[in-house]
Design a protein around this ligand. Structure first.
Ligand SMILES: Cc1cc2nc3c(=O)[nH]c(=O)nc-3n(C[C@H](O)[C@H](O)[C@H](O)COP(=O)(O)O)c2cc1C
Length: 215
């Protein structure tokens, strides 16, 4: 039996401020999958992380806006984070990038080494997947371990049941599997720290101080 400290804690939020957001629906569904898998969900709203437009002049006297302080606190309190983000014009919403920029100004820089999983929902056929590729860029730059598989829900306006589940059975299973395999990795990193060194190596490559590219 795992103690509460050993259970995985995952921050989940939707990057949409819209009341009837499809990404918020997806974030809520994500939370139920995590709980079903035995994890603890820290569910958040994007509005909690709202920040003024980045302006370096505001950084005098080590100023950090409340939204960035809150996001940092929640990042540090959890083992990983999951963002369900809309795609705006082929990219991430400006409100999300702005918050990431503010949070990146803390030292130590809070995204570094944190595991993340990216998801999207859109009424379009692409499901907002293009936006997730743009979201990977700052997160990877900041050292987050962004999970390779991303989930994008296409035709989101028709994809949910009235109870908020994904109607298509195959897609629903893929969604759950994506989350569970991510949780398995986060769990391995939390409980077996040696994996942090092992998983970045090429298969068959022996760690060597001369050729090691990572550390
Ligand atoms: C400014 C803007 C740009 C958008 N650009 C895209 C886009 O590039 N690709 C896309 O699939 N949907 C795009 N959309 C449509 C959104 O995917 C749609 O409004 C979606 O419902 C937003 O997510 P939400 O339901 O979680 O709020 C755009 C919407 C807005 C407001």
């Amino acid at each position: 039996m795992e103690t509460k400290e050993e259970l995985l804690r995952i921050l989940v939020f939707s990057a949409s401020l819209r009341k009837d957001s499809f990404n918020t629906k997806l974030a809520r569904l994500t939370a139920t999958v995590i709980e079903k898998s035995g994890g603890i969900v820290d569910y958040s709203e994007m509005s909690e992380f709202d920040c003024p437009s980045m302006n370096q002049d505001m950084e005098a006297n080590d100023f950090h806006p409340d939204g960035a302080i809150e996001f940092r606190k929640r990042l540090l309190a959890n083992d990983a984070f999951i963002i369900c983000s809309p795609e705006y014009n082929g990219s991430m919403p400006g409100v999300l990038k702005n918050t990431i920029d503010w949070v990146s100004r803390f030292r130590p820089q809070p995204f570094n080494g944190r595991h993340s999983l990216l998801m999207s929902a859109s009424p379009s056929m692409g499901g907002g997947n293009h936006g997730l590729w743009s979201l990977r860029v700052p997160l990877e730059k900041l050292g987050s371990n962004v999970y390779p598989a991303m989930f994008s829900l296409a035709t989101a306006h028709k994809a949910f049941t009235p109870e908020g589940k994904i109607a298509d059975e195959t897609l629903s299973k893929r969604f759950e599997d994506n989350i569970v395999t991510f949780l398995n990795l986060v769990e391995a990193a939390k409980h077996y720290p040696c994996i942090k060194n092992a998983w970045v190596e090429f298969l068959g490559e022996k760690p060597d101080v001369v050729t090691d590219r990572v550390e």
